[in-house]
Design a protein around this ligand. Structure first.
Ligand SMILES: Cc1cc2nc3c(=O)[nH]c(=O)nc-3n(C[C@H](O)[C@H](O)[C@H](O)COP(=O)(O)OP(=O)(O)OC[C@H]3O[C@@H](n4cnc5c(N)ncnc54)[C@H](O)[C@@H]3O)c2cc1C
Length: 571
C-alpha cells in the first residue's frame, strides 16, 4: 500500500468509529478537521518530520561580534511543521469561541483526536504543542486581566508570526519527581515586579516565548506548598531579552527534532500567577492536561507501530506465505492492535470526562473518575507504547532496527513517554495514595464499571467476559483496600501492578460496552476485540497461552487488522 500522501485518519476506521461515537451530532464538522489532519500527517508533516529529526535544532550562543544571544536555530522543515500544526488549530480550536459552527469551543475529544493523528507522524513537536496549550490554560485561569489579554491571544494563535509557544520549567538538577525540592528563588522588587533566580535542568521547547516556572518566593516555606507559579517571558515588554541564559541542548535518545536544554534564570522578570499554597496546585492543572497529551501521544505511537507492522505483514513473504498468514505472527500483531485500541478507548473516555467538566456539566463522579483516570492512563499507555513500539521494530525484522524505517525512531521517541510528565512510579503512587486512598475513587470506579458492563451482561456472547471483569474488579478492590489499610504506612510496593490491573479492567469494561452496542447494530468487530482483550489481558497471564484467545479466522482477522466491520454471520 502507498504510505505517502495517505490520510492517516481515514486509514484508521476503528478510530473513525471512536470519533463518531464520542462526537455524536458534532461529528460532521469535526470530521473535516480530522481528515485534514490525516492528510497532513500522512503527507507534508511526515516528510518534514524526517528532515527535522535528521537536522535537529542547534543552540547558537554568540553572534558574530561575540555577544551572547542564546538562540535556538531550527531546520526549515521543523518551522514548516510548526506552521502546519498550529495552523490546523491543534491548540487554537480549544479556545476559539467560533470553533463550532453553532458557536463555542471545540471539544477536547476533537482536539486530542487531531493530536492522536498528528503524533503518528511527529512526536517531538507534539511536546511544544502540549505545553503551549497548557500555558494557555493556566494564563486563562490564573493570570490578571492585563497579562491574560497580552498572552492568551498569542498562545492560541494559528499564525507563526503571532504565535507565542509555551514551556514548563519545573525540573532542577536535584529533582524532577521531587518538585518540592526546587530551589529557584523569586524576589519581589520595590517596583512590584518579580525577578527569578535559579537553574532549570530539563527545559523542553527551549527558546519558547512563554515559560511557566515553579519558583519559591523569598520567605516562603519548604516543599511544594512554598512554591509559586510564574509566567516568565523570553522577552520583556520593550522587546529586550529577559535575563535567561541557555547553556546547552541535551543529546537525547529520542524526540530529537525538539530542543530540550538547560537554562538559568538570572533575575528574569516574571508575573506571579499563583502564590505559595496555590502555585503547585495551579501547575498540576497544566500537568494533568499534559498527562493526557502524553497518553494521546502514546496511542499515536502505538497506532503508527501497528500500521507499519500490519502493512509489512501483508507484503513480506517468508517460508512461502505472507507474514500475516503465519499463525504465531498473526497473534503478535493482534496483540498489538488490541493493546492499541484498548488504550485509545480508555484515553478518550478520560478526555470525554474533561470535556464534560470544562463545559460545567460534569458530575462529582465525573470529577473523581477524571482525577483517577488521568494518572492511570498516562502511566499505563506510556508503558504500552514502549512495548508496542518495540514489537513494531521486531515485526519488520532487521529492517525495523534500521533508521531508514520509521519503527526505530518510534521506539526511541516512545521511551520518554514513561519519564516526563511524571514517571510510572510517581503516578502509580499518586493514583494509589491520593486518588484512591484520599479521594476515595473506588466507589466511583465501581459504579462506572458496573454501568459499562450492564449491556454486555445481557448478551450471551459477552456474559462470561463481563463476569470476569466484574470479579476482577472485586478482587482488585480488596487487594488495594488491604494495601491501604496499614495505618500510617500503606504498602506501596505493588502500586504499579494495581494501576496496570485497573487499567486493563477499565479498558475491558469500555470495550465490552462498545461490543454490545455494535452487536445491536449488526457489527461484531468490537466483540472480537473485546473478547480477545479479556482473554489476553484480563483472564490469562500475558503471553502464557494457557487460556487461548478466540481464534483469528480470516474474516475476524481481516476486520481486526483493517479496522473494518465484521458481519454477525462471520462469528
Ligand atoms: C526529554 C526530556 C524532556 C524533559 N522536559 C522537561 C521540561 O520541559 N520541563 C520539566 O520541568 N521537566 C522536563 N523533563 C524532566 C522530567 O519531567 C523528569 O526527568 C522526571 O519527572 C523525573 O525526574 P528526575 O529526572 O529528577 O528523576 P528522579 O525523580 O530522580 O527519579 C529517578 C527514578 O526514581 C523513581 N522515584 C522517584 N521518587 C520515587 C518514589 N517516591 N517512589 C518510588 N520511585 C521513585 C522514579 O520513578 C524514577 O524511576 C524532561 C525529561 C526528559 C527526559
Amino acid at each position: 500500500m502507498r504510505r505517502e500522501g495517505l490520510d492517516l485518519y481515514a486509514a484508521d476506521p476503528a478510530f473513525v468509529r471512536r470519533m463518531r461515537r464520542l462526537l455524536g451530532s458534532e461529528y460532521g464538522w469535526a470530521a473535516e478537521h480530522l481528515h485534514r489532519m490525516g492528510a497532513l500527517a500522512g503527507g507534508p508533516v511526515a516528510a518534514c518530520s524526517v528532515q527535522a529529526e535528521a537536522y535537529p535544532p542547534e543552540l547558537v550562543r554568540y553572534d558574530r561580534e561575540g555577544n551572547r544571544i542564546d538562540r535556538v536555530r531550527f531546520h526549515p522543515a521543523y518551522e514548516r511543521m510548526r506552521e502546519l500544526a498550529y495552523g490546523s488549530g491543534i491548540v487554537a480550536l480549544a479556545y476559539d469561541e467560533r470553533a463550532r459552527p453553532a458557536g463555542g469551543r471545540a471539544p477536547r475529544v476533537l482536539v486530542f483526536g487531531l493530536g492522536y493523528v498528528f503524533s503518528q507522524a511527529e512526536q517531538g513537536l507534539y511536546c511544544p504543542i502540549c505545553m503551549t496549550d497548557g500555558a494557555a490554560r493556566l494564563v486563562e485561569r490564573y493570570a490578571e486581566p492585563e497579562v491574560r489579554e497580552r498572552w492568551l491571544p498569542r498562545l492560541t494563535a494559528r499564525e507563526l508570526d503571532r504565535l507565542a509557544e509555551g514551556a514548563m520549567w519545573l525540573t532542577e538538577k536535584q529533582g524532577g519527581s521531587d518538585v518540592g525540592a526546587n530551589t529557584t528563588r523569586a524576589v519581589e522588587g520595590p517596583d512590584g515586579r518579580w525577578r527569578l533566580y535559579g537553574d532549570k535542568w530539563f527545559c523542553s521547547n527551549l527558546g519558547a516565548e512563554v515559560m511557566m516556572v515553579m519558583a519559591r518566593p523569598e520567605g516562603a516555606g519548604p516543599g511544594t506548598r512554598g512554591l509559586g507559579l510564574f509566567l516568565v517571558p523570553l522577552h520583556r515588554g520593550d522587546g529586550s531579552r529577559n535575563a535567561i541564559r541557555f547553556h546547552r541542548l541535551k543529546d537525547k535518545l529520542g524526540t530529537r527534532s525538539m530542543p530540550t536544554g538547560e537554562a538559568t534564570l538570572e533575575g528574569a522578570e516574571g508575573w506571579l500567577l499563583a502564590g505559595p499554597g496555590r502555585g503547585f496546585k495551579a501547575m498540576t492543572e497544566m500537568l494533568n492536561l499534559s498527562r493526557l497529551y502524553n497518553a494521546v501521544a502514546s496511542c499515536g505511537a502505538m497506532r503508527r507501530a501497528c500500521f507499519e507492522a500490519l502493512e509489512h505483514a501483508r507484503e513480506r513473504t517468508a517460508f512461502g506465505r505472507v507474514l500475516e498468514d503465519h499463525p504465531l505472527h498473526r497473534e503478535v500483531l493482534a496483540d498489538m492492535v488490541v493493546r492499541t485500541e484498548a488504550s485509545t478507548a480508555l484515553v478518550f473516555e478520560t478526555v470525554a470526562r474533561l470535556d464534560r467538566m470544562d463545559r460545567g456539566i460534569g458530575s462529582e463522579d465525573d470529577r473523581v473518575l477524571w482525577r483517577a483516570l488521568t494518572p492511570l492512563v498516562k502511566l499505563h499507555t506510556a508503558k504500552q507504547a514502549v512495548a508496542v513500539a518495540s514489537e513494531g521494530v521486531e515485526a519488520l525484522g532487521g529492517n525495523g532496527y534500521i533508521e531508514e524505517f520509521p519503527t526505530a525512531r518510534l521506539l526511541r521517541d516512545a521511551q520518554v513517554l514513561p519519564i516526563w510528565e511524571g514517571t510510572t512510579n510517581i503516578l502509580a503512587l499518586d493514583l494509589l495514595l491520593r486518588a484512591i486512598g484520599r479521594e476515595g475513587a473506588c466507589d466511583a470506579l465501581a459504579r462506572w464499571i458496573e454501568q459499562r458492563l450492564a449491556a454486555a451482561s445481557e448478551r450471551s456472547t459477552l456474559l462470561e467476559a463481563a463476569g470476569l471483569v466484574e470479579a476482577g474488579f472485586v478482587a482488585w478492590r480488596e487487594a488495594v483496600g488491604d494495601a491501604l489499610a496499614l495505618e500510617g504506612s500503606p504498602d506501596v510496593r505493588y502500586a504499579r501492578g494495581f494501576a496496570h490491573r485497573l487499567a486493563r479492567l477499565c479498558e475491558a469494561a469500555i470495550l465490552l460496552d462498545e461490543a454490545a452496542a455494535d452487536l445491536a447494530g449488526g457489527d461484531a468487530r468490537a466483540q472480537a476485540l473485546a473478547l480477545r482483550h479479556v482473554a489476553r489481558f484480563v483472564a490469562g497471564p500475558d503471553d502464557a497461552g494457557l487460556r487461548p484467545a478466540p481464534a483469528l479466522e480470516p474474516p475476524v482477522w481481516q476486520a481486526l487488522s483493517r479496522g473494518t466491520e465484521l458481519a454477525l454471520e462471520a462469528v
